[in-house]
Design a protein around this ligand. Structure first.
Ligand code: CUA
Length: 329
């Protein structure tokens, strides 16, 4: 009785947790909608099966003994529950799941293919260059054209991660030595939240990214801008910030295209870091103070990340360095 009461009281609270930015129950793209359709089908078919089995159990308990013990009854149960039911239900699930597009992302048509490489604990993103040159490297923020299917080629630089944008498509694992694909489409321009869905280490829960779906024309313009190298530092402060960036060794892990000495390939590309919404893979809003705090106390903000805390830098140095990064738009 108490259990039933607790369940009745608790279920609305539990269901309230089904909403929000990471809810796949309110899809905003056809691939996620397919997943929800499959879930609904599974739910209703399973409900019917539960009713059938429950009914049979009740019948077995309360039907007249003569009928219950008969061979015809046993045959009916075995043929019905063991042959007919699975023979109908399983093919329905199979056919329905084969109709879903996103697990077959490698073959299905897509407007463009974007590479995503997972790292502990951030995302490297490589867009195809519009003029066929080297890929345009970015990090931790994904931009896609809205209304068209986009294919993702998913790999990992270290351990197993999983790529998931709940409102847009199902999750796909990123496995060492393998290339997996995901198909993603946003119905309309919007901002979505993506996350890692495979426990990958200390900061697994802080491995998120924003997905920004833009009108296709705006996306094309943005990609052209993103392909440009960083603006040379124009002010005295920016020049000092760039000097600190190189002097402190940031450039051996991070790249800033166009800045000599900043060609690192094992940490997020910072060429246009100032234009991103967050830093640290969704950890902090991208503001000057947050940047300074992040650089000075990376291991306090995100323990286990591969970047050390640069707490040897003075306050004014942190300010100068952050101002330079913020200006990389
Ligand atoms: Cu990457 Cu969990």
């Amino acid at each position: 009785m108490r259990l039933a009461f607790a369940a009745a009281l608790g279920s609305p609270l539990l269901l309230a947790g089904c909403g929000g930015a990471q809810s796949w129950l309110s899809p905003l793209g056809p691939n996620a909608a397919e997943t929800l359709d499959l879930f609904r089908l599974t739910l209703w078919v399973s409900a019917v099966v539960v009713l059938l089995v429950g009914g049979t159990l009740l019948h077995a308990l309360f039907a007249r003994r003569r009928w219950r013990g008969s061979d015809r009854y046993r045959l009916l149960l075995m043929a019905g529950g063991g042959v007919v039911l699975p023979a109908v239900v399983l093919p329905v699930f199979l056919v329905q799941s084969l109709r879903i597009d996103w697990p077959f992302a490698e073959e299905r048509p897509a407007e463009l293919t974007i590479d995503v490489v997972a790292w502990q604990f951030w995302w490297e993103i490589r867009y195809p260059s519009p003029d066929g040159g080297a890929p345009i490297v970015s990090a931790n923020e994904l931009r896609i054209p809205a209304g068209v299917p986009v294919r993702f080629r998913l790999t990992t630089a270290d351990v197993i991660h999983s790529f998931w944008i709940p409102k847009l498509a199902g999750k796909v694992d990123m496995v060492p030595g393998r290339v997996n694909y995901a198909l993603v489409q946003a119905d309309a321009p919007d901002t979505f939240r993506g996350a890692c869905f495979e426990f990958c280490g200390l900061q697994h829960a802080h491995m998120a990214f924003d997905v920004i779906a833009m009108p296709p024309k705006e996306f094309a313009d943005w990609l052209r801008r993103e392909a440009q190298p960083a603006q040379p530092p124009a002010t005295e402060e920016a020049r000092e910030g760039a000097r600190l960036f190189i002097e402190s060794g940031c450039g051996s892990c991070h790249a800033v295209r166009g800045l000599p000495g900043a060609e690192g390939e094992v940490a997020p590309d910072l060429t246009h870091v100032g234009s991103r919404r967050t830093i640290g893979a969704g950890m902090l809003p991208n503001r000057l103070g947050a940047l300074a705090g992040w650089i000075a106390a990376t291991q306090q903000v995100k323990p286990g990340a591969n970047m050390p805390s640069f707490n040897q830098l003075s306050g004014p140095e942190l300010h100068t360095l952050s101002a330079y990064l913020e200006g990389l738009r």
